[in-house]
Ligand binder design. Structure first.
Ligand SMILES: Nc1ncnc2c1ncn2[C@@H]1O[C@H](COP(=O)(O)OP(=O)(O)OP(=O)(O)O)[C@@H](O)[C@H]1O
Ligand SMILES: [Mg+2]
Length: 230
């Protein structure tokens, strides 16, 4: 199999049920999904259809009630917490709807944070963080605190941060959800650029039709199920 079509994430018969005492919620039902290296996938569906649960399961942040998840052909259920943590740290990057920036850290420090957690030395962290900030066009905002940035800038910091440990996969949960449509479109273009130029695999959740791009794989969810995959 060529490098381009290598499987990077594979979900088989995945179910996620929440037991709420006297009733249950089936957030995911029988999900089968293979993500290939360098794919750009959009996940759409109404509120409550299981999009965030799907992303969290892919990231190993939540465990399925049934079924298997493989990342790089390794079954997550067989891995120790430490190995799982390393996979999350080096293999996956996250981008959140509400940016999740640390309010008292500057732009530069926010981008440095994942490297700090991974034990990268300061002299290596700063140039790497600056390079990521340059990539998203924010090198001149390095000393700003999050509240001194616009929404789109905050999300660009979020993107820079998701890239610092050079993950192969970026999981984005409604990265444009809190932005106006023009800024949202810019953020989507930046993600497309990360996919095309840096060859990152991207799984991006949205419920905004306007964010859809032609020629990308679109997965539609409803009621915990994948109802179409084109
Ligand atoms: N921790 C939890 N405990 C119980 N039920 C949950 C939990 N997390 C999610 N659910 C339920 O699972 C279903 C799927 O939730 P999920 O957050 O994946 O939806 P979503 O598609 O991301 O929705 P939105 O577009 O509003 O973000 C919902 O019905 C939700 O109420
Ligand atoms: Mg969600």
């Amino acid at each position: 199999m060529s490098e381009k079509t290598r499987k990077i994430i594979e979900l088989e018969n995945v179910n996620r049920r929440y037991n709420m005492g006297d009733y249950t919620v089936d957030a995911l039902t029988n999900i089968n999904l293979t993500v290939h290296e360098q794919e750009f996938i959009m996940v759409m569906g109404p509120s409550g259809s299981g999009k965030s649960t799907l992303l969290n399961i892919m990231a190993g942040l939540e465990k399925p009630s049934a079924g298997t998840i493989q990342i790089d052909q390794r079954d997550l259920s067989t891995l120790s917490d430490r190995v799982l943590c390393d996979i999350r740290r080096y293999k996956l990057g996250f981008i959140f709807q509400f940016f999740n920036l640390h309010p008292i850290l500057t732009t530069l420090e926010n981008v440095e944070l994942p490297m700090l957690i991974s034990g990268v030395k300061r002299k290596d962290r700063v140039p790497r963080a600056m390079a990521m900030l340059e990539m998203v066009g924010l090198e001149k905002r390095q000393h700003h605190l999050p509240h001194e940035l616009s929404g789109g800038e905050k999300q660009r910091v979020g993107i820079a941060r998701s890239l610092v440990n050079d993950p192969s996969v970026i999981l984005a949960d409604e990265p444009t959800g809190d932005l106006d449509s023009t800024t949202g479109t810019e953020i989507m273009s930046l993600l497309m650029q990360m996919n095309e130029e840096l060859h990152k695999t991207i799984v991006c959740v949205t419920h905004d039709e306007a964010m859809l791009k032609p020629n990308i794989r679109l997965i539609k969810m409803e009621d915990g199920k994948i109802i179409s995959d084109t």
